[in-house]
Design a protein around this ligand. Structure first.
Ligand SMILES: Nc1nc2c(c(=O)[nH]1)N[C@H]1C(S)=C(S)[C@@H](COP(=O)(O)OP(=O)(O)OC[C@H]3O[C@@H](n4cnc5c(=O)[nH]c(N)nc54)[C@H](O)[C@@H]3O)O[C@H]1N2
Ligand SMILES: Nc1nc2c(c(=O)[nH]1)N[C@H]1C(S)=C(S)[C@@H](COP(=O)(O)OP(=O)(O)OC[C@H]3O[C@@H](n4cnc5c(=O)[nH]c(N)nc54)[C@H](O)[C@@H]3O)O[C@H]1N2
Ligand code: SF4
Ligand SMILES: [Mo]
Length: 722
């Protein structure tokens, strides 16, 4: 447990010995009840989003009683958003899972750990014996510490010997990963947060940072030195902050980006020497985008030609331009190629590898990056490739195992694991720190999968959850605040995560559960020799990542703790313009703009968009337990434009039903607002009781396998009154 330094204590305005007294007198703090006065402060990193804010958890009598932003942390300079600010409340929430539960005669009943894990090993073993090793599907998460993700990958692929290992990150960042690989030859966000401040043009595409990465907003505060352009069909809070908002028609982004490239080439606003030295495919690309005339682009996007021209000129004339994107880009059947289109823009203008200049995926979960780097899912640990024999040899040597043990191709991606369960290929499922009943698209297929498998394990910090209700075995896990390791944020900053309190009841860390399972299947000594703590996993991961792009061998746990994080790869990648491709050059891609899959028609006449709000986190296992957050947004809603509401004769707060070809969601509170354009509606996906994924579409990007969460066709009616 690390106590925070005297300098921080002084900055926070209280004396080391008399902290209670000083806190209460601090006018910024107001009155603090004695029960919230900490006796110890534990330095850590926020466990919600990928911004990666540094924080201090105040502990008193073994309980987390308060949280403060770490004033010395370069990411947040002491600030926290409402979720971070109330994070300690989740640790003692009544919904925590505290004991293993095994389904007996149809009911989940408490069992000791030994029985739980023996049963798991026995059931999975007999299923694998009967149907083959790959009949086990495992779905992990971007919410474990890196050391746990690394351990899980080895355990699943080398211990349980199934290739069908993926994570909820395929619902999230997979398109960014695929797009980076297609353009640059490797994953890895090239820039840093400070590039947002240094840029004179910041273009955010499908990214609502005001709700979802609030602490990044201070980086793009209004300034005469910088133009903020936001591309989003909705007038989000982020769009309201912008100098220019481009309310594109849903999924017309590729046309806009190609159109900007066309104007840049036409106007000579490109960096010919960068193109010549560091890219391939320019001639073909230039010919391809020449058909994306402003006139054509205006028609596809719904923007006017002057605006398109203005934005292109701003981008082209910028000394340094930054493009950030999030789920408005990734959540699409064309997600991966949209990312390459974004990368094209950066490459032809040389806006990469310089201060203020980067194409930059803003990630989602606190440790989505850690899973990408260590993951044994869509690639081998350390951004290595399954298909590269030299990479497999590397790992076999470090792990001291036979190279034949390492698969030569990735297994099924998450959506294909689910389809596999429906078709009978997958017979056992193990979910770790993810809640697919609320988060996976097209619920009815997911439900079929959960009901079809012979054994379902759900390992979660909370119970019941909509998914753990289906489980044959529930494993109670420690969560953020109860374990030690690292998270890596969007800007590749590895931050230290510390244990402030003990987990409740019999809950154990995911790491302990993994090692215990390894012992029970007889691979602990072979795969995890002498490992006791997550630090042992970190030490091995340092060796595995050494010399790779995501090199963790350059810093120790202590260093990242003391220095409030360290960025692997430094501030920015590709400063030398050399890319990890066969010829060292980045690839320009010709990207067609196809209409999204399920277009509205006369019966399903609205386009449904789904997403987030600042107060809630995903499926609300955590934030529904925090009174302040839950009371601010207690229920789901549907946003509709006044024009449509008038036509349908609906009033604000009416209860409405949203129906797609798959199912419906009833009794949503109607919000009539100009935030959404006519013909479009929006609902949050946070609420299991009004589950947006009952109606969303099971359509996936052919490259990244990411779902098209952001558009499907629905109709809206007043809900029947009972
Ligand atoms: N408060 C809060 N913060 C979070 C999370 C949370 O649950 N709650 N989750 C975290 C995670 S895991 C993630 S991935 C991030 C997600 O962060 P964001 O991607 O910012 O979140 P979303 O609301 O899913 O979608 C962003 C925007 O995409 C827009 N969009 C929809 N269709 C299109 C389109 O065709 N083109 C364009 N250009 N835009 C479109 C939507 O209107 C929406 O405003 O947030 C992280 N931060
Ligand atoms: N319609 C629609 N659907 C979406 C999206 C959308 O925009 N629209 N967004 C998608 C995106 S980007 C994402 S990232 C996913 C997120 O979807 P999920 O991964 O399902 O979301 P969470 O609610 O974060 O689920 C994490 C689970 O892990 C548990 N947990 C937390 N910490 C720990 C831990 O340390 N150990 C263990 N074992 N359990 C823990 C929590 O209690 C929770 O049940 O949703 C996707 N689904
Ligand atoms: S912005 Fe993200 S990392 Fe920072 S406090 Fe909020 S949820 Fe936590
Ligand atoms: Mo996400």
């Amino acid at each position: 447990m690390s106590k925070f330094s005297t300098s921080i204590r002084r900055k926070l305005g209280f004396d080391t010995r008399k902290s209670e007294y000083a806190f209460q007198k601090d006018p910024r703090v107001g009155h603090i009840s004695a029960s919230r006065v900490a006796d110890t402060w534990v330095k850590t990193t926020c466990g919600y989003c990928s911004v990666g804010c540094g924080m201090l958890v105040g502990v008193r009598d073994g309980k987390a009683v308060t949280v403060r932003g770490n004033p010395d942390h370069s990411v947040n300079h002491g600030k926290l958003c409402p979720k971070g600010q109330s994070e300690h409340h989740i640790l003692t929430a009544p919904g925590r899972a505290t004991q293993p539960l095994l389904r007996k005669k149809g009911k989940l009943v408490p069992v000791p750990w030994d029985e739980a894990l023996d049963t798991m090993v026995e059931r999975i073993g007999s299923i694998q014996q009967k149907y083959g090793n790959n009949s086990l599907g495992v779905v992990g998460t971007g919410q474990l510490v890196t050391e746990e993700v690394y351990t899980l990958g080895k355990l699943v692929q080398l211990g349980f010997r199934t290739r069908n290992n993926d994570g909820n990150t395929t619902l999230c960042m997979a398109s960014a990963v695929s797009g980076y690989k297609l353009s640059f030859g490797s994953d890895g966000p090239p820039g840093s947060y400070e590039d947002m401040e240094a840029a004179d043009v910041v273009l955010l595409i499908g990214s609502n940072i005001a709700d979802n990465h609030p602490i990044l907003c201070q980086r793009v505060e209004r300034s005469s030195e910088r133009t903020l352009i936001v591309v989003d069909p909705r007038v989000t809070k982020t769009a309201m902050m912008a100098d220019i908002h481009l309310p594109v028609k849903p999924r017309s982004d590729i046309a806009l980006i190609n159109g900007i490239a066309h104007i840049l080439i036409r106007e000579g606003l490109i960096d010919s020497s960068y193109i010549e030295q560091h890219t391939t495919g320019f001639e073909e690309f230039a010919a391809y985008v020449s058909t994306f005339t402003p006139q054509h682009v205006a028609q596809v996007t719904g923007l006017n030609e002057e605006t398109i021209l203005k934005v292109a000129l701003l981008y082209g004339r910028a000394k340094a331009a930054f493009i950030g994107w999030t789920m408005g880009v990734n959540h699409s059947t064309q997600g991966a190629v949209t990312v390459t289109a974004i990368n094209n823009l950066a490459l032809i203008t040389g806006n990469i590898g310089r201060a203020g200049a980067a194409p930059f995926s803003i990630t989602g979960q606190c440790n989505a990056m850690g899973t990408r780097e260590t993951g044994f899912t869509s690639s081998l640990p350390g951004y290595r490739k399954f298909e590269d024999a030299a990479h497999r040899e590397d790992l076999a040597r470090i792990w001291n195992i036979d190279i034949e043990r390492i698969p030569t191709a990735r297994g099924l991606a998450y959506p294909d694991i689910i389809e596999g369960a429906v078709s009978g290929k997958i017979k056992a499922l193990w979910f770790i720190a993810t809640n697919p009943v609320v988060s996976f698209p097209n619920y009815s297929v997911l439900e079929q999968a959960l009901r079809s498998v012979e054994f379902l394990v759900v390992q979660d910090g909370f119970h019941p959850t909509p998914t753990s209700d289906f489980a044959d075995l529930v494993l109670p896990a420690a969560i953020w605040g109860e374990k030690e390791g690292t998270y890596t944020n969007s800007e590749r900053r590895v931050g230290k995560v510390n244990r402030a309190v003990a987990p409740p009841g019999d809950a154990r860390t995911d790491f302990d559960i993994f090692l215990d399972l390894a012992a029970r299947i007889g691979v602990r000594e072979e795969l995890f020799p002498n490992w006791k703590t997550t630090h042992d996993a970190f030490l091995e991961w340092q060796r595995v990542s050494a010399g790779r792009m995501c090199d963790y061998s350059k810093f120790t746990w202590q260093q990242i703790e003391d220095e409030n994080g360290a960025q692997w790869g430094g501030k920015r990648l590709y400063e030398d313009g050399i890319f990890p491709t066969s010829d060292g050059k980045a690839r320009l891609h010709c990207v067609p703009c196809d209409p999204f899959v399920e277009q509205p028609n006369s019966e399903y006449n609205f386009i449904l968009n789904t997403g987030r709000t600042v107060e809630h986190w995903h499926t609300r296992t955590k934030t529904s337990q925090v009174a302040m957050l839950e009371s601010m947004v207690p229920n789901a809603w549907l946003e509709m434009n006044p024009e449509d509401a008038k036509r349908l004769n609906l009033k604000s707060h009416d209860r409405v039903t949203v129906t797609s070809r798959r199912s419906n969601v009833k009794n949503l509170e109607l919000r009539i607002t100009g935030i959404v354009a006519p013909g479009q509606v929006f609902m949050p996906f946070h609420f299991s009781e009004s589950n947006s994924n009952l109606v969303t579409l099971g359509a996936f990007d052919p490259i990244s396998r990411e779902p098209n969460f952001k558009q499907c066709a629905v109709r809206v009616e007043r809900s029947a009154t009972h």
